[in-house]
Every structure is written in structure tokens, then in C-alpha cells.
Write a protein that binds this ligand. Structure first.
Ligand SMILES: *Cc1c(COP(=O)(O)O)cnc(C)c1O
Length: 750
């Protein structure tokens, strides 16, 4: 496989008609003569932007002009030296290995300070050797560098795909050939390209190793990733963290076990509860009236309080073994709140068998000091004595994995050995026997990308962009003065520049910005890369203002302007600064929000500014943007929705049967569809999850209380009056009964 990585030459004379220009062009020609591409530029331009070229180049040749050295100015202060040093620092911040050569007259090297010299791969003396000789030397170094880049599995896969051998095994498209036999198949082939299809191989290919039993190059890659992430064991998973979570659970939980779970966990954890037959005891996070989910207060983690919950639980209290098998915490809630993992480990080591942190949104934290102990597994972190620590991470959410790329990290404890064989039985239970090799390769490459210093630089950049976005939003706010603007949720004080320290992002007891009430200091922080934007209309106490801008409308507006946001709440939406973020992306969001404000203030007609939406919902055609906001806001205010939603999530929910037993009723059709008005007191057989916010409200086996039924009634009324802005409640089934829409939920038969 040939990869394109040009050698970059930076020389101000690259295009000049003088001796130095001829010299450098002769070298460039000699390099090209060896079949290697050259990119010649005459200046660094913006240094840090230019340094990004390190990801595309195989070497740098920096030309140094001797003349300045004779000016009598001390070397440290010379422009050439300062510029060279900054450039080399910028490169080495991201890349420890790419070769950098200096090119100049014989005397030049003696003028370059040592701290710069030691970062270089060599000094090329002009006119001392033939260009051909120098070219071969540089190419050798650049090839040696490129050879170190590919991690084990990706290396083996590219080798295999390029090898061109005929195979008889599946997949049936035979390296893409099947597609070429049909016109639509041709389209598919042209769209995805040959390599994806050549690399789509079957797990019968021995030289690539096996994901399912962790052998060969796959195993080498998992070990490499374990080293990079500082885990004792690491497994790639090609079916998402949804599956990683189930693997962890099935390897330690059996029917009737007590498990302790974050009430606002991802639904895959609820599926794991159903599948394992566990009895869940929930820890309840705080919430503020914006609908932002806060941390579970520290007291809830105290073993005696967990035991109290178990004693108060209708089934858990009858279980003989009261020691919970597993604790699962959403580490980085949807809105970016993090826990101090060492505090949780100290409290629960030996009290719960397995401590599991669902870090779907946090795979980046191990690579930056900023996060300290606020993620599960990292360099130099102490082990528990008796509890194993697991972290499950969606490589695809914040790092560079393909969709469904995920990984499981394990930290051993002192007194018990992690049993790979038992773990792998569970791993197999949830894996396809035909894993997707492109996803494995992306797990491999995503991990290799995070190797410091490159990975640290990437996280630093995401943090930096997130902070720049927050500062830009404040600047717009200040410029509007008394006019309204969108706020980014977070601490009142922003560091004036840079990313600040962890202390700037702690969720502190006395602070009002978070609205989570009095919390223990030092237990939680906010991850700045998740930015929740608050729209006007609702305050921290849950009181509605006279006018407001529901986030659902902003969301639709942004979508029609090509900006798609991650999650929308009532008066908030959030965006993420992944390692793929660019300035252009967040700048266009800021611009689109300014356009929104302008259109709102002018009450622009909807047919003009939301044409796609109006095509679908012509009833709003003659309304203006402000009119629509007023109408929606009026509905929310009338029903006091913010309070209703908060109360519903914090309401007392009573389990009536184990989730697995409720599922059994479903599987055996011992259920019936119950209309909303008759739901109070009934037991749900399905998950009930409102979107937004997408957090499960009731899980199978729990009873409907009045608060929840009131919420569903509101939803029904709201959906009738404002089509296009429906609150989608998964689990709620709409049926047409004689031309009337009736909403039902599947409940266990009485
Ligand atoms: C997204 C998510 C998952 C599931 O991850 P996938 O990779 O999409 O399967 C699990 N837990 C949390 C907290 C998530 O946000």
C-alpha cells in the first residue's frame, strides 16, 4: 500500500532566481526523482496552522539563511532563531517523531541553540554533497518514520487488502467484485471505493488474527491500546458501547443479583438489567429546571445509604446476599458532569464487586492533565483492593472511531484476578461472529492517534476550541448589551485565555450557575467540551418569563441552516467539541444564532425562514418566528412544564416486579394496551422514554404514578395543538381509533 505523505520544504528562496533558490530546487528535484512528492513553500505563514501539516507530511526541510547571524544581535534574539524554535515547538507539541532537517551553509549549525538542535534529525550542508545523495538520506529517514505509524491490526489489514489474493470465503461480495456485476452495485462500489470493500474480510483470514478470541494482530492492537489508555486489559467492541455495557454486565451479574445503577443511565444498561434478571436499586441524580442532569450527590454513594435503599426496596430486601454485584455510573452525564472516581473507589472498594463507569462520552480524558481523577482509568491511578474497575467508551463519539467503535477497559484489583476466560464468554454472547474489520481498524487507529504527545495535543485543541466558543458567545452577549442573547451554561467566571485549571470547572457548593443545590465540594466538575446553550424564557427556579424561545424552534432553524445539534431540551440544546471540531464549525453556529435573533426580532414569516418545516406543516405558514415562539412558550408556561418534567423524574417510582419478569409478560403477550387516562397504578411492560431528553422515565415492572400520568396527558394535549413539535415518548403508542388518535402504553395484564 502506498500512502501519500509529501516532504515539505520551507525556504523563502524556493521560487527565487538566485543560488540558494537553485540549490533547494535541485534538492526537491532529486527527491521527486526518487518518486517521493515534495511540497515547497516560501514561508511558515501562521505557525500553528502550518504546524498542522505534520499530519500530512513525512519530513520537513527548513532552510536557514546565514545572513542574519552576522548582524551582531545575540542568537537567542534573532528572528530566524525565534521562528525556528517556535516552529519546532509547535511540531513537537503534536508529533515527537517526524523528521525535521535544517538546510543551510556550513557555519549555520553552530549558531542554533542546543534545545532546538536536539529536536532535529540532521543538518544538510548546502553544496557539500550531491542533491541525489542528500535526497536518498532524507527519504530513508522519512520512510523509517512512516513505517512506525501504523498500529498492528491496521498494518496487517492494509497489507492484506493490497495483497490481491483471491479468496473463497465470505463476505459474498468477494472484495467488492459482486457489486461490479450490477448497475446499482457499481454505484455502491464507486461511492465507497475499492479499499473499503477489499478490507471487508471474513474472520477466517488467519493472518489478521481473531477479534473473538483476541489473537494475532487484533490482540497486539488491543495490547497497544491498553498501554496507551493505561488499562490492565482492553477489548475492542464492534457493536457500540450499548454492547460493551451488556458484555460487562453479563460477565458479572446473574438473575436475582442486586445491582446499583444511576437512574439516568443509558438504555443499554436498562436492557442489561432485563437480560440479566437483576434487581436494580437506583441512585438518583440531581436535576435543575433547565432539564440539565446533575450529579448523584456524594451521600448517595455511602455504603450505609446504599444498604438503606436495599432494605427499603420491595424485592431487594428479601435477597440473601445484600452485596451489590455491580455499580454503573454515567461518567460524563449528557450535559458533561463528571465524578471524582477515586472518591467513589475509596467509598465502595470491597462493598460492591464491580465498579463500572459508562464513559461513552469520555474516552479523551486519559490524555490530558486537565481531567485529573475525574475519569475511571488512567496513568498512575491506584487500584482497588477488592473491586474491579471497568470503563466502557464509545470511541466513535469523541475520538476518531467509525460508528459502533467501542472499547472496554479493565483495571485489576489487588486481591482478585480478572478472569479473561469468563469475561470472554460474555463477550462472545454479545458479539456477532462476523465482526466488521473496518471498525476494528478504526478502534486500532483511534487509539494510536491518542498516543502522546499527539493525543494530548488533540484534546488540548478540543478544550481550546470549546473555550473559544464560550468566549465568543459572551462577546456577542456583551455587544448586544440590553438585548437578549443565548447563554452557554457553565461557571460564571471564564478564564480570560487558555483553558484554565480544573478548579475553574468544579461544581461548587455555593455557586448558583448549576442549580443542583448544595453539593459536596471537590466531587464533580464540568467537562467544558460539552457546551449546553440556554435559550431565553426559563429561569433556574423553573419560572417562565413573559416571553421565551423554546429550543425546539432554534433547533429547527439551525437544521435549515445546515447546523445539526446533538440534543435539544425545552430551553437548551447542546453541542460537543470532539477532536474533529474546527473553528469553521462553531463559528457558523454563532453566526446562525445571530441570524436567528435578527429574524426573531423582525418576526420574519416562517414560510421564508423555515421553508422545509412549512412544507410539512403548512398550518404555520402565515405565522412569524416570534409568533411561533410565543405560542409554544405560552403552552409550556400554561402547563408549567419545566416543573412538571423535573417532578416527574424525581417522583417516587415504585417497582412492582423485576424488570426481567415484566419483560417475560411482554414476551408471552400477557400484556394489554392501556390508554393514558387509565394508566395510574398500572405496571408498565415497556420502557417509557420521553424525547427530549431521551432519559428513560419508567422501566419495565414499575408503576405509573399521578405525576407521570399528568405529564403524559400534557404531552397528548400539546401534540394535538402543536403538530411538528411533538414530544416523542418512546413506549407511548398512538393508534387511530375511528379517526381519533388514542395513546396507549403496554402494561402487564392485571
Ligand atoms: C451513547 C451511549 C451509550 C451507547 O453507546 P453506542 O456506542 O452508541 O452503542 C452508552 N452509554 C451512554 C452514556 C451513551 O451516551
Amino acid at each position: 500500500m502506498r500512502f501519500r505523505f509529501p516532504i515539505v520544504i520551507i525556504d523563502e528562496d524556493f521560487r527565487s532566481e538566485n543560488a540558494s533558490g537553485f540549490g533547494i530546487r535541485a534538492l526537491a528535484k532529486a527527491i521527486e526523482g526518487e518518486g517521493v512528492e515534495v511540497m515547497g513553500v516560501t514561508s511558515y505563514g501562521d505557525l500553528s496552522t502550518f504546524a498542522q501539516q505534520q499530519s500530512r507530511a513525512s519530513a520537513f526541510i527548513l532552510s536557514i539563511d546565514d545572513e542574519e547571524f552576522n548582524s551582531g544581535v545575540p542568537e537567542e534574539e534573532l528572528h530566524v532563531v525565534r521562528q525556528l524554535r517556535s516552529f519546532v515547538e509547535e511540531i513537537r507539541f503534536r508529533n515527537a517523531d517526524i523528521p525535521i532537517f535544517l538546510y543551510g551553509e556550513t557555519r549555520t549549525s553552530s549558531h542554533i541553540p542546543n534545545d532546538v538542535l536536539k529536536e532535529l534529525h540532521g543538518f544538510i550542508h548546502m553544496f557539500e554533497d550531491t542533491p541525489e545523495f542528500v535526497a536518498r538520506h532524507i527519504i530513508r529517514e522519512s520512510k523509517a518514520y512512516l513505517d512506525t505509524l501504523a498500529p498492528p491490526f491496521f498494518r496487517a489489514l492494509t497489507g492484506y487488502a493490497a495483497d490481491g489474493s483471491y479468496s473463497w470465503h465470505c463476505p459474498g461480495h468477494s472484495g467488492g467484485v459482486a457489486f461490479l456485476k450490477s448497475p446499482v452495485g457499481q454505484m455502491f462500489h464507486q461511492f465507497f471505493g475499492e479499499n473499503l470493500l477489499r478490507a471487508d474480510v471474513c474472520n477466517a483470514v488467519e493472518e489478521l488474527g481473531q477479534l473473538l478470541d483476541h489473537t494475532g494482530p487484533v490482540a497486539a492492537s488491543e495490547r497497544n491500546a491498553a498501554r496507551i489508555f493505561h488499562a490492565d486489559h482492553l477489548y475492542f467492541v464492534t457493536n457500540g458501547t450499548s454492547t460493551s455495557n451488556k458484555m460487562v454486565w453479563h460477565s458479572v451479574v446473574s438473575p436475582g443479583d442486586i445491582v446499583v445503577v444511576d437512574r439516568n443511565c443509558h438504555k443499554s444498561i436498562l436492557h442489561a438489567i432485563v437480560m440479566t434478571g437483576a434487581i436494580p436499586v437506583f441512585l438518583t441524580p440531581t436535576r435543575n429546571h433547565f432539564g440539565i442532569i446533575g450529579p448523584i450527590p456524594l451521600e448517595e454513594f455511602a455504603p450505609e445509604n446504599i444498604q438503606k435503599k436495599i432494605e427499603a426496596h420491595p424485592f431487594a430486601r428479601h435477597v440473601a446476599n445484600k452485596k451489590p454485584r455491580i455499580l454503573t455510573i454515567t461518567q460524563s452525564t449528557y450535559d458533561g458532569v463528571l465524578y471524582n472516581v477515586e472518591t467513589i473507589k475509596e467509598l465502595l472498594d470491597g462493598k460492591i464487586e464491580t465498579l463500572h463507569f459508562d464513559e461513552a462520552w469520555l474516552p479523551h480524558a486519559a490524555f490530558h492533565d486537565f481531567y485529573g481523577d475525574y475519569h475511571a482509568i488512567g496513568e498512575g491511578r491506584p487500584r482497588c483492593k477488592d473491586s474491579l474497575v471497568y470503563s466502557t467508551q464509545s470511541t466513535h463519539k469523541l475520538l476518531a472511531g467509525l460508528s459502533q467503535a467501542s472499547q472496554i477497559l479493565v483495571q485489576d484489583c489487588e486481591n482478585e484476578k480478572f478472569d479473561r476466560d469468563i469475561f470472554n464468554e460474555s463477550y462472545l454472547m454479545h458479539s456477532s461472529t462476523s465482526p466488521q474489520y473496518a471498525i476494528i481498524a478504526s478502534c486500532d487507529v483511534a487509539a494510536a492517534m491518542m498516543e502522546p504527545p499527539g493525543g494530548t495535543a488533540l484534546v488540548d485543541e478540543s478544550l481550546m476550541e470549546a473555550l473559544n466558543f464560550r468566549r465568543a458567545m459572551r462577546k456577542v452577549d456583551a455587544e448586544w448589551g440590553a438585548g437578549w442573547w443565548f447563554k452557554v451554561w457553565g461557571p460564571d467566571e471564564l478564564p480570560a485565555e487558555g483553558i484554565g485549571g480544573r478548579d475553574d470547572w468544579m461544581v461548587k457548593k455555593g455557586d448558583r450557575w448549576h442549580g443542583f443545590g448544595p453539593l459536596v465540594e471537590g466531587f464533580n466538575m464540568l467537562d467544558p467540551i460539552k457546551a449546553t446553550v440556554i435559550t431565553p424564557g426559563l429561569d433556574m427556579e423553573g419560572d417562565f418569563a413573559d416571553w421565551g424561545i423554546p429550543a425546539g424552534i432554534v433547533n429547527k432553524y439551525l437544521a435549515e441552516h445546515g447546523v445539526v445539534v446533538e440534543k435539544t431540551g425545552l430551553y437548551s440544546f447542546f453541542i460537543m467539541f470532539t477532536i474533529g471540531i474546527t473553528k469553521g464549525r462553531w463559528n457558523s453556529l454563532v453566526t446562525a444564532l445571530q441570524q436567528f435573533k435578527d429574524d426573531y426580532d423582525k418576526n420574519q414569516p416562517l414560510w421564508r425562514i423555515l421553508p422545509k418545516f412549512i412544507t410539512k406543516h403548512p398550518t404555520y405558514e402565515r405565522m412569524g418566528l416570534k409568533d411561533l415562539c410565543d405560542k409554544l412558550h405560552g403552552m409550556y408556561k400554561e402547563y408549567d412544564v419545566a416543573r412538571l418534567t423535573t417532578e416527574m423524574y424525581l417522583s417516587d417510582i415504585v417497582p412492582a416486579m423485576r424488570p426481567a419478569d415484566a419483560w417475560a409478560k411482554m414476551a408471552h403477550r400477557q400484556i394489554e394496551r392501556v390508554p393514558i387516562d387509565e394508566l395510574e397504578g398500572r405496571i408498565t411492560a415497556s420502557l417509557v422514554t420521553p424525547y427530549p431528553p431521551g432519559i428513560p422515565l419508567l422501566i419495565p415492572g414499575e408503576r405509573f404514578n399521578k405525576t407521570i400520568v399528568d405529564y403524559l396527558k400534557f404531552t397528548r394535549e400539546f401534540n394535538k395543538q402543536l403538530p411538528g413539535f411533538e414530544t416523542d415518548v418512546h413506549g407511548l403508542v398512538a393508534e387511530d381509533v375511528d379517526g381519533r388518535i388514542v395513546y396507549h402504553i403496554d402494561c402487564v395484564k392485571d
